[in-house]
Design a protein around this ligand. Structure first.
Ligand SMILES: Nc1nc2c(c(=O)[nH]1)N=C([C@H](O)[C@H](O)COP(=O)(O)OP(=O)(O)OP(=O)(O)O)CN2
Length: 175
């Protein structure tokens, strides 16, 4: 077994979602206080410079978690692209429903998520291509965060895992 230095950091966000095809209560619109943990590892610590002795500065990791997860999702609603009825609720009065969803679809195909700049009620919306379960969110946020961890550590650290707690009792992780 190879030994690696490992760090972990958590952030918390509040967001709404629903599991469209859930057989029970989770199909209702509801919210969670999500706790998201990122685990990073490196075979060697930084030898010099401002990160000397570190896998990755906790503050740099926080910056990236805020940028990739908190900024687009906190106090927003996380929706699945296929949840057409839900997206209809967010369609601004002046926009066509088909046009609104087509734009979301293009952004999701190009970058893996969509953040429309204008929605009904001015609410924050974050659209992903899969149902917003804890499992899918763990993988989605892992894929956003991994390249940022590599960059901020100058290639020294890798993102090993993202854990998403939906409630104090229930968590999913990727990988
Ligand atoms: N494997 C998964 N199962 C469930 C998910 C999920 O993302 N992955 N999500 C939900 C619901 O969205 C829900 O938020 C979790 O509900 P629940 O089981 O009610 O969790 P609680 O901790 O609140 O349990 P209580 O029994 O209500 O205290 C469902 N399943």
């Amino acid at each position: 077994m190879t030994a690696a230095y490992r760090i972990r950091r958590q952030i918390g966000i509040d967001a709404g979602h629903r599991i469209r095809l859930h057989g029970s209560k989770c199909r209702h619109l509801h919210g969670h206080r999500y706790t998201i943990e990122a685990v990073c590892e490196a075979d060697q610590l930084a030898g010099e410079g401002e990160q000397a002795g570190m896998v990755l500065d906790f503050a740099f990791l926080k910056d990236e978690m805020i940028g990739q997860i908190d900024a687009p999702c906190d106090h927003g609603f996380i929706a699945e692209l296929a949840d057409i009825e839900l997206l209809a609720m967010f369609t601004p009065a002046e926009a066509g429903r088909v046009e609104f969803v087509e734009k979301l679809d293009t952004a999701v195909r190009e970058q893996g998520f969509a953040v429309p700049d204008h929605t009904a009620l001015g609410t924050k919306l974050y659209v992903i291509p899969v149902p917003p379960t804890a499992e899918n969110l763990a993988r989605h946020w892992f894929e956003r965060l991994a390249p940022r961890v590599a960059t901020r550590s100058e290639g020294r650290a890798r993102l090993a895992r993202v854990v998403v707690w939906e409630t104090p009792n229930c968590a999913a992780e990727w990988p």
